[in-house]
Design a protein around this ligand. Sequence first.
Ligand SMILES: *[C@@H]1O[C@H](CO)[C@@H](O)[C@H](O)[C@H]1NC(C)=O
Ligand SMILES: *[C@@H]1O[C@H](CO)[C@@H](O)[C@H](O)[C@H]1NC(C)=O
Ligand SMILES: *[C@@H]1O[C@H](CO)[C@@H](O)[C@H](O)[C@H]1NC(C)=O
Ligand SMILES: *[C@@H]1O[C@H](CO)[C@@H](O)[C@H](O)[C@H]1NC(C)=O
Ligand SMILES: *[C@@H]1O[C@H](CO)[C@@H](O)[C@H](O)[C@H]1NC(C)=O
Ligand SMILES: *[C@@H]1O[C@H](CO)[C@@H](O)[C@H](O)[C@H]1NC(C)=O
Ligand SMILES: *[C@@H]1O[C@H](CO)[C@@H](O)[C@H](O)[C@H]1NC(C)=O
Length: 840
Amino acid sequence: MGVFPGVCVILGWLGPVMTGYQLTEGTGLYLSGDYSIAGLFPLHNLAPSSSNMPYMDACKKGKANSHGYHLIQAMRFAVEEINNGTKNPTLLPGVTLGYMSYDICNIPASLLATVDLLAQQLQGPSGEKTGGDQWPVAVIGPDSSSFTFPPASLLGSYLVPEISYEASNQLLSNKYLYPSFFRTIPSDKNQVDAMIRLLLRFNWTWIVLLGSDNSYGLQGMQTLYQQASQYGICIAYQGVIPDLTAGINKTMNNIVKNIVKVNVNTIVVFSSKTIVSRFFPIVIEQGLSGKVWIGTEDWSVATLVSNIPRINTIGTVVGIAIQNATIPGFQEFESRALSTLHSLSSKGTSVLGEKCLQSTDLYSMAVQNYSLEEYDITSAFNAYKAVYAVAHALHSALGCDSGKCQKIEVQPWQLLPLLKQVRFSVGNSPVYFDQNGDPPTGYDIVTWIWRETEWSLRIVGSYTPDMTNLTLDSDQIEWNKMYYICRNDLYQVPLSICSPECPTGYRQLQTGQHKCCFDCLACPAQTFVNNTGEITCQACEPYQWSPAQSTTCLNRTILLLAWGAPLSIALLLLLVLTLLMTFGSGVVFLLNMGTPVAKSAGGHTCLVMLLALTMATASALCQFGLPSQPACLLKQPLFSFSFTVCLACITVRSFQVVCIFKLSSKLPRAYDTWAKNYGPEVTVLVLSATILFISVVRVSRNPPQPSQDLAFYADSIVTECSNTLSVGAMIELVYLSLLSVLCFAFSYMGKDLPANYNETKFITFSLMIYMISWISFFTVYCISRDEFAMAMRVLAIVSSVLGILCGYFMPKVYIMVLRPQMNTQAHFQNCIQMYTMKKN
Ligand SMILES: *[C@@H]1O[C@H](CO)[C@@H](O)[C@H](O)[C@H]1NC(C)=O
Ligand SMILES: *[C@@H]1O[C@H](CO)[C@@H](O)[C@H](O)[C@H]1NC(C)=O
Ligand SMILES: *[C@@H]1O[C@H](CO)[C@@H](O)[C@H](O)[C@H]1NC(C)=O
Ligand SMILES: *[C@@H]1O[C@H](CO)[C@@H](O)[C@H](O)[C@H]1NC(C)=O
Ligand SMILES: *[C@@H]1O[C@H](CO)[C@@H](O)[C@H](O)[C@H]1NC(C)=O
Ligand SMILES: *[C@@H]1O[C@H](CO)[C@@H](O)[C@H](O)[C@H]1NC(C)=O
Ligand SMILES: *[C@@H]1O[C@H](CO)[C@@H](O)[C@H](O)[C@H]1NC(C)=O
């Protein structure tokens, strides 16, 4: 082009006649047919001149791209198959497909080709629009996402269907911006998802993310970055591998230095192969080795990368790859290409080709005898499927299902809805498009295998997008043996984590800006953590407990005197014994009611006292089992009341004795009046009524309820009644104490009375037992609330009762049963006389 660089650009704007497409018949880029397809293929790589966007050189000046050559051959092959009816004779019977192809060697070329296509549509010959004159009904290509954005948006405005075989950028799924865009390669959204699942599969949560400085790499990197954080994967460092710019080696050196600094083992490289192929030499040069590299479909299977010298030192490569595929007959078609293209070019009249953009001819490329890599085949298969998709849409547009196609005029926009509905299979690969124009295909997971310096690929798993299902046989991956510890003859999957998982019962405390870097803290008692990776310890339920570092809570022990427990049985036996003694004393007293001992002891009052003692003993039963409402209500008042009755009787009795012997001489009238007018009975009644009143008021004002004390013990529940230590209870206690003191005082006053009447020793003894047992109980209660403390309470009750029983009643029972000679009127008279004599 030389002197007039802008000519082709201008010609492109003016229309097809001027770009001279009819003249390129012999190049292999053009085939006439009833209906035509436009193909955009990267036959050369040519860096655009950066200064002046629309300006461009002839593509032929760039480096020939063998991959693009195989892709265009796939299109030619598909078209020939459809025209021949080899694979599917019922597809488009009697209709021939044609094509016109553009060499998309850079972005300006892509733009120019698109403009040229649109110009043909708008300015094409009017009138009869079938046959060889018809402009393309659909566009196939181009390859990379960067080249695809201009045609996708421009063709979208005219609803010209476009099917790309290699543009995977997920932005192209946006149907508002690119309404007529389809593709046969899965969207990178799926690829990112597959990568995330791969990382999660190996627990690689501390990674480096690199991306090439083009839309493929940047978009992929951004999506992966967003997804990663949702799955708890931390990006330790993120770098953009520059495209050809000044200082590129310096930037790449820095990237490598940063990778070394962050100490990760797994590096995700979302890059196109040309850019990454300039990066790996730097990695090798810097000696970064033994890492795991996760590759995208674009580079992980490309020989451009695997052919870099000494690349086997970088470590293990695990990559995402387009699903392995075969196109039967394609290899033979390519090997025949040289002769067919030669005969074509000798027939053709290729003149303008030399002068303008689309100056390429396939013959000059076929001569190179490019080898057909697996990567070329999988991509070629996508181009092949794209042609078939157009053919199927055209098939329904022309109504060919009836067996004969009507060769009517078809506008590109008419094909659009039909393309959305195509559904067929090529081989065993289904072809259709979802509402975003994306295909249902998944990926293979591949790994690089080295035998010395011999490189090969191995498929180790697959990914299906509709189920987001990754299947992987990790034993098939050869982890870089030099760098990982050999355990049990198995090479371990390398770790790539910031902090190792916390032990059970520990929580994480994030130490920096990354979630993956943390310290481990033990959960304190009464909390637990049952999952690894939690950042907080959960509190146990109130009825549960846990020691420190727990993973679960344990149920608390309920402290109570269970009815069947050995301790309870022992206590119950003691209670029964006490009741029997009380009952026995009652019987003995009843039988000897008329005798002097019984009379001096109080006569019928003794029966009341024994009944009160029985009630007091019975009150101990409220201490057993789980506290119930009635038990809580009865427990304390019953004991206070019955014990008060008992004490009151003893007090009045002592008072009477003291009065008779000591006061009757001084205040004879007063005592007589008191004694004769039921004084003793009334006094007992008043004293008892007072305590009853106190108890009733206290219980009704503040009724005790069954309650549980969770605070006293960490691992147990103390069952008790609420309001045990209320003001009312204190008043009761004080009242009882005062009565005890009064009782003691009267009995003390009678210390020098005759032995039959002198009860000082016994009453002191009873009261001592009573005091000691209750003081012991309260002491124990202060430090403990377990079963023994509860047993202490029962013991205190029983001892109080036994104290009175043994101190007051037993000596009298003894005399009545075993010393009847002391239980006579004479003996009593004797004693009184001796006392009176001694006194005088
Ligand atoms: C198509 O038919 C032609 C002529 O019969 C034959 O040479 C060619 O190999 C066939 N191509 C395919 C792809 O079947
Ligand atoms: C990943 O972690 C999970 C649980 O943390 C563990 O069960 C699994 O074995 C780990 N996988 C690998 C490959 O280490
Ligand atoms: C960048 O590094 C590559 C590989 O080491 C080397 O071939 C190339 O000459 C370097 N380029 C510059 C500009 O230094
Ligand atoms: C092309 O290369 C293949 C092997 O790569 C060889 O078998 C074949 O003969 C070559 N063809 C030509 C025309 O050179
Ligand atoms: C892909 O499939 C072909 C044919 O089935 C097979 O020869 C080739 O080994 C497969 N590629 C891989 C990497 O397994
Ligand atoms: C994933 O794929 C495997 C094998 O194809 C299958 O057995 C499994 O059920 C699939 N899992 C899910 C969640 O679909
Ligand atoms: C962890 O504890 C929570 C809350 O108690 C419970 O819902 C969950 O099922 C527990 N998980 C496991 C794995 O035990």
